[in-house]
Design a protein around this ligand. Structure first.
Ligand SMILES: Nc1ncnc2c1ncn2[C@@H]1O[C@H](COP(=O)(O)OP(=O)(O)OP(=O)(O)O)[C@@H](O)[C@H]1O
Ligand SMILES: [Mg+2]
Length: 352
């Protein structure tokens, strides 16, 4: 219930930067109170693991201090290979019964020791193909991996009260600010620096997820290889800040090739979804993450998938006060902040 629980600050620790969002909920919806991000050094977070915790702690502390954040309660999220999200079918049972047997039921679906994971689930409803079964979304996250994230917040003097999953945070912001009833099957594609995550939801619940090891860094690697650049020069060339003496047409051609490969990978995932869920068709694709800003990504994807593609703007239907924010700026950086905004809608005491 709105207003009955304490608000939290949403902090998304990405491979390239940490994003912070603070929202205020009122009867007219959400109002943006704060958004900011801090770049991380290149090796601080690798393959979703925190390699340099002091760099991450320093960045979190900077964000909290310079934005004068008073709340210590934080919602954060994890993603990657240490997280398993599976839709499974189980014998019909009550939530209490499932609560007791989930460890045992989950064992066969999880490639990790059950004692080493945090488990959660969401009952979707009866299995349409078998009236004796029910469909359940099972989520498992490796404890040591989650604890890496929890400990950087504790070290920063904060209280990580919610640990969510990146793709669920995106679903959350979508469901909080968009007209969810308009479409029933929607795909979210989060395009970050280290990888791309595909999440298809049906009637507001995640039914299919895929991780693609191909992201913003893939552009940099290709530019470095083709033009003999270092990492920083490649990033500047990619963002159009400084071409470092490289011919623009040539660099655009290299980047388009990377975009084409990325688009093919996404298409394979969506095709796989369509083959698995023969009766369902993705009606719309929402992009999030910095790579959605790369030239031609939106039209190339729309053409390959033959589905409308739009960049999700978490703030488009929120109140953003002109006195406090440069509206053009907020719009231009919105793709980076979907996960953090979704986290900021969570409340103290929320379950996954
Ligand atoms: N205008 C742009 N064109 C192309 N790429 C861009 C642009 N702006 C940002 N990027 C890229 O987007 C990536 C950062 O996006 P984002 O902040 O969503 O990733 P992240 O959350 O840090 O990473 P991850 O989600 O993989 O952990 C970087 O690779 C960056 O170079
Ligand atoms: Mg990210």
């Amino acid at each position: 219930m709105f207003g009955s629980k304490k608000d939290v600050v949403g902090i998304d620790v990405g491979a390239s930067s940490i994003k912070l969002v603070q929202l205020q909920e009122s009867k007219n919806g959400y109002q943006l109170k704060c958004l900011d991000r801090e770049l991380l050094p290149p090796e601080a977070v690798v393959d979703d693991s925190i390699m340099d915790s002091s760099a991450v702690v320093m960045a979190i502390r900077d964000l909290i201090a310079r934005n004068h954040i008073k709340s210590h309660d934080v919602a954060t999220s994890v993603s990657g290979r240490s997280i398993i999200i599976r839709k499974i079918s189980l014998t019909l049972m009550t939530e209490e019964e499932l609560d007791k047997s989930i460890q045992w039921e989950a064992e066969q679906y999880i490639p990790f020791e059950i004692s080493e994971v945090f488990l959660d689930y969401h009952i979707l409803g009866p299995d349409p193909n078998d009236s004796g079964l029910m469909e359940v979304v099972l989520v498992a996250a490796k404890k040591d991996f989650v604890n890496e994230y929890v400990s950087v917040f504790v070290e920063s003097g904060l209280n990580p009260v919610v640990v969510d999953i990146d793709c669920f945070a995106i679903e959350n912001i979508y469901c909080s600010v968009y007209d969810v009833d308009a479409l029933n099957v929607v795909a979210f594609i989060d395009m970050g620096s280290s990888g791309v995550q595909v999440n298809v939801i049906k009637d507001g619940v995640s039914v299919f997820t895929r991780d693609i090891q191909f992201g913003g860094d893939s552009y940099n690697e290709e530019l470095q290889k083709q033009f003999g650049l270092d990492a920083q020069a490649a990033e500047k060339l990619k963002l159009g800040i400084d071409n470092g003496g490289v011919d623009t047409e040539q660099s655009l051609a290299v980047m388009q090739r990377v975009t084409d490969s990325l688009v093919q990978e996404v298409r394979r995932s969506i095709d796989f979804f369509s083959a698995t869920f023969a009766d369902e068709k993705v009606q719309k694709v929402y992009l999030t993450g910095g790579v959605s800003l790369a030239q031609n990504v939106v039209p190339s994807l729309a053409e390959a998938l033959e589905i409308p593609v739009e960049v999700l703007d978490p703030f488009s239907r929120m109140q953003v006060n002109e006195k406090d924010f440069d509206l053009e700026y907020v719009k231009s950086v919105a793709p980076f902040f979907s996960v953090a905004a979704g986290l900021a809608t969570r409340k103290v005491g929320d379950k996954l």
